[in-house]
Structures are given as structure tokens and as C-alpha cells.
Design a protein around this ligand. Sequence first.
Ligand code: PLP
Length: 835
Amino acid sequence: VSGHRTLGPTSTPTHPLATAPVGMPAHSVDGFVREFLHELNTNQGVALSRSSANDQYLALASTVRNYLMARWLETSRRTREAKAKTIGYLSAEYLLGRQLGNALLATDLNEIAEKGLALCGLDLVTLRNQEVEPGLGNGGLGRLAACFIDSLATMDVPCIGYGIRYEYGIFRQTFVDGRQVEETDTWLALGSPWEFPHPEASVQVDFGGHTERYVDADGEERTRWVPSWNVLGVPYNYMVPGYLNGRVNTLRLWSAQATKAFDLQIFNAGDYAQAVRAQTFAENISKVLYPEDSTPQGKELRLQQQYFFVACSLRDFIDNELEEGFDLHNLADRITYQLNDTHPVIAVPELMRLLIDVRGFSWDEAWEVTSKCFNYTCHTLLPEALEVWSTELLGRLLPRHLEIVYRINDQFLAEVDKTFPGDGLRTRRMSIISEYPERGVRMAYLATVAAGKVNGVAALHSQLLRDKVLPDFSELWPDKFTNVTNGVTPRRFVKLANPKLSDLITDAIGPGWLTNLERLKELEPYADDPEFKASFAAVKASNKQRLTALLKTRDDIDLPDGHLLDVMVKRLHEYKRQSLKLLHIVSLYEQVLSGKLPASALTPRTVVFGAKAAPGYRMAKDTIHLINKVAMKVNSAPEVEGRLKVAFPANYNVTLAEKLIPAADLSEQISLAGMEASGTGNMKFALNGALTIGTDDGANVEIRQLVGDKHFFLFGMDEPAVTELGAKGYHPGAYYESNPQLRATLDLILSGHFSDGDPHAFDSVVFNLLHQDRFMALADFQSYVDTQALVEQRYADQDAWTRSAILNVARTGYFSSDRSMRDYLQRIWHTSPML
Ligand code: PLP
């Protein structure tokens, strides 16, 4: 551990301002304009008359930042002074979305900025649209981290979010002839005004080499890691403003740089080109976010990323947040680390190493501290999503950590053996080290052994986690397991995304609900108020118009008026079953085409997809291709004109979600039961007044319980039925044989109708469904299309639909991430807000 840096002035300051609290620009239109022009002139170095839109955006961002600055510095001072316990949220992903709107909201500057900019001849909305969102996450997991840090700031809880400042975030998706093509996401190209680099506070991170035993001055036998290479982690700080409460927490993302020593060594040997290559090699570590969602590839660089950011983060807290001389035996009083999935789990042996090898703790002392510092959130039920690192790789990259993992495992298995003597089979099952297909470290097991608490992310998921993923562990330590149902921040996903609905809610129940979302319950009586219903329907219509305008300019997509807007947006994954939605569309289309159904019988419907596929995930990419080809055909078919439309805007991201979700009528949450851990998209839709068609999966279960069966379209097998069918032997072909409509649907795809006569274009997708169908889309097909028919019936009664939509909003306040954070605080972190 490098130790504390010298900070502050070298002699006592005498100017009164030097010891005064940090100033803030005046909260007025005039104050704002002054600050804005100052930033434009001094930071961007341009006059207003010569400024580009990017200059104006950057100056605006700096201006808003300046309003947050005093609060940020004060937050840091206050937290240190109180020696408050901090939440160290360790996450390899943060899918933040645009920052400016949220910062304006947190500082109550929106109106002032709008007026001030207008006085400068500028338009706030136009400038806001300049912002490129930092796409530092794949989907739900990264977005959850962003919601959580927002809630903690808003609840006045000290938190540092730790992660990686990827130079290239999640790829930008484009379509070429309906196929996904990935382009790099250069989110930093025009500069990011939200980050504060601190190269002087860089941390050295070691890799490789070997370990040695030696005897220290006290005659103790100890171990030393002799690494073979290293990189620097440069911290970049980001503000995480609480909503109108003066708290601004920090998100600290690490960027990798080559160390001088490493370069020079090679340079001295005379190979300049090699020295430059070394630089590139080091910087690769934070270069790119791996675009796999739920199916991690065991890439060496990914393990380097994981160790890189947790090593930096642990050291950062000890060196820079704790006071000098702090006794690390008490570390758990000052920080609790939340492991967001297994990606940061290498932090466990890293803390052990710091305490033992660097601080001289005994093994038992170190374990005592470490086992109090970590908690683990599991995000999956898919076996292929559970990370296992080969011991060969781990030993090569982090030899000391592998030794520590082995010892943790020995100690743990001894405990298992004590509790279940002679049960060798159990001991082998529970070992952190797996032996097949190669020797590896099961990171979820390591996390479970080290964590104080292990949580799933929705009630059903937590149950299945105990029963199916970690049953032996749950038997050994029943109290270790708990559930915290996910949540979403209402600041971004209601107030910012849906300002009209927010105004309507405030008109009805008064202010205060944005930080106490359960108060939405007070809307229930309004579900029977004709005037409120009319206003609610008008808000939905207006949100649809807003979306129509956006999709026209963004994607040249025409959304028809007056359609049921049926939305399925999320990562493309077989378990999420976009293919089932597709079968429904093709089935409707086929029935009209073949004359089984008059087009006039269809409820006019536009289906919107948004989905990125991992670049190496063939089936997902083929499914995207098929959706786009079906869209092309359906959208140009006169038979269904005005009745059925399919829209697939490329590059679904947070910015698009903020416009799409408030416009939706129907939310598609149709994963195979037992596969989706929670979902958070489902919560956002319900909170914005869409009705859900969904399986009994993830947080859908809780959404349905809260909104009531009458206001939720449940279909498909539940989890026990899925398990039973799997055990019995699932034969998707049998559904094809016995269900004429399903057969006609698949046959139409196989006929080449959507592929310019090529009958084999979609063999991969169709034959997979017919012969394997791991996620049982064919088994749920009939139930799904029947339930879609119920949707249409209900939609025909607009009054009843609107009533249900209002009740969805009124009854889903539970899904605020503030509530999730309260659950973590009370049941996992055992700490409370500073208030
Ligand atoms: N991607 C983005 C941009 C999101 O905003 C969200 C969710 O809230 C997700 C992915 C996750 O969606 P889901 O929970 O439907 O998988």
C-alpha cells in the first residue's frame, strides 16, 4: 500500500477566501448567464458569436457542474469529518445515460437554464441533445448500478461507485440490409465535461511473476509476490448528485496507463518501438467494454480489467479516504463493499493480500476483516453466466491471489467437512475450485464464501438462487441468503423521461412523491376520475407524438397514429425470447395473408423492438436479421397496411429508452419463467403507465402481485411447469406438428417469404426453435397469442385500459431504487443515511 499523499497548503493560508466554504454561482437567471458566458469564454476559448453547438454544450455542462461543485466538496468534507461508513459499490459496468438533464434536475436549474440560454439566443433542448451518453454498460446490470448510486446520493448515504473508464463503451449498433453491424462508441471524442482526472493520484497495479517465501525481521515466515509487469490506474471522478438535497457523491472510474518504469526498462534496452507497444498494451486494459451480456467470455483481458479496477479501488479507499494511521482491523466499520455480480470478486483475495503481505496481518486476522467487508449480489440463473476463471490463467496473471484462493478453499472445505462429516460428494460439489472441464475458480462460490450476505434481485430469483444455483451453500448458511428486489430511479425514469406525467401526478397528489414513490398509491382514486383519465390519456398521446418525432429524425421511421404501441426493448438473448414476439407478429400477418382473418379484425398495432446482440452471439444476430426482414415485408404489405407495423430503431440505449418507455402501451416481458433474474425495464414501463404482458418470471411476479391480475396480462408456463416439462423431455417439434397456426407461421418463414425467396436464410433460427428451443418458445406460443388477443379486447375499451394504466402507475411505487437501497441499508449494509 503506497500510503497517504500530502494534501493541502504547505503553510497556513491567510486570505479570508482561502478558508471560506467554496462558493457557488447565484441561483438566478442572471447568475447563470454570467457563469455560462464565463465558461464559454474561458474554458472553450470562444466568443458566443463564434461558438459551435459543442462549445455551447460543453460550457453549459461546466456551468451546471459549477453549481454542484461546492456541494461535492462539502459532501466529501462532511463524510470524512463524520467518519461515516461508506458503501463501496464495485461494478464493472455503469450505464449512466446522459448527465446534463439529471444534473439540472438535481440542482433545480432547468427553468433558469432555459431562460438564461434563451437570453443568449440558445435552446436548452437542442444543447441537451448534443450530449453523447457514456455507454459504460451492456444493459440491466450496469443500469442498475447507475440507479443505485443515484438513490444513495438522494438518500444522503455516503457511497463511492468504483468502476472502469472504458475508452470505448458499448458498441454503436447499425443495420446493413437488416443485419447488425457494430461500430465503435467514441463517447469521449468531443470531450467529456463530467469527468475530473487525477493523474497525480494514480495507483500502480501489478500483474504476473511469481511468489516467494521469506522470513521477516520477527522470524515469521511470509510470502512475497514478485510481479513481472504493472500498469497505472488513473482515477477519473464523476459527480453523483442527490436530488435537491445538497449531497454529491463520487463515481470513480479507473483508466489504465503504462508506468514509466515499464517503458523505460525496454527503452533503455534500445527498442523504442517496443516501448511504445508496451504503452498500448497497458492502455488496452481500459480500452473496451466487453459487449457480452449474461454470457461472459473467459478472456484474459477481462480478468485483467477486473483485477485492475478492484486493486485500484481497494487501495484508493485505504490510502485516500481513511485518515492516516487508521487501524485496518476496523475496516468494516468504515466501508462495506457490494460486489455487483462476480466481476469484482477478485477483490476478496486482493484485500487478503493487502492485509497479510503488505500490512503484516495474520491469516486469521485478515480473514476476520475481509469476511466482514463484502456482500455479493448474484444477477443470474443461467449456468453459463457464472464466471469460472481457469487456474492456469489466474496463476499466470495473479499467482499470489490463486494461492490465497486455494487457502480460502481449504479453510472453507474444512468447515463443510465439520458440518457434514464424511460427505465427500458434498465437499467436492461445494469446492471453490472446479475440476471440469478444466481446473478453475468458481467466482460465485468464492463470493458466497466471503460475503456477509448474498442476495438475489427479485423474490423468485432469490428463491431459485437458494434452491437451484447455490443449494448446498444455502443449506450450510441459511441466514446468509436474502432478497432485495431491484428498483429504478424515478428521477431519471419518471421525472426526466416523462415530465408531463410527472406534472399530472404532482397536480393530483402534490409534490414529494419523487423521493417517496410509495405515495403514488394516492393516485388510485384518480383511476375513476374522468377528468384525470382524460389528462392521463392525453399525456400518453403526447409522449407518442414525441416518440414519433424522434424516430423520424433519428431513424427515418414513421410511426402511425392511433396504434397500440407494443414495445420490446432489452438485450437480444434467447432466454428473453424476442423470437416469441416475432412469431406472434408473423402469425397475425400470416392469418391475414392467407385469408383466415380479415385485416379489419386486427387491432392497429405497432411493435417496436430495441435490442443489441453480443457481436459473437450468432443466434442473437440471426434473430435481429429475421426481425428486420419481417419488418421490411410487413411494413410494405398492402394486406396489413394501417393495421400492423414493425419498427426496429437501431442502437437501443438509455437515451432512447427515456423516450420509448413513456410512449408505450404494452410492455413485453416474456422470458421463459425461471430465466430472468429480475428485469428492470419491466418496472420502468409499469411506472410510466404501460400494461405488461409477461410470464411469471423475475420481478414480473411482484409487479403482477402489486398491480393485480386484472391489470397485467399473464401467460405461459410458470417455473415449476418449465422444470417439469424439461424433466419429462421437451420436444418442440410436437408443438409444430399439433398446432396448425404455429406450423403455418414457421412455414411462412421457411418458405423464403421474408428472404426474397431464399428458403434457407433463417434456417438457424427456425431449426433451432424446431429442434432445440432451449427456452421453450414453442411451448408458450399458444398461450402467448391467446393472451395477446385478450390485450386487443381490453385495448378496444380505451377507458378501461387507461384505468388499468393509471393503476399500474399508482401501485408500482415499490420499484423505486430508493426502496431497494433502504433494503440494502437495513438488511445487508447495516448503516443509515447521514441526515
Ligand atoms: N438497456 C437499457 C438501455 C435499459 O434502460 C434497461 C433497463 O432498464 C435495460 C437495458 C434492461 O432491460 P431489461 O430489464 O428489460 O432486460
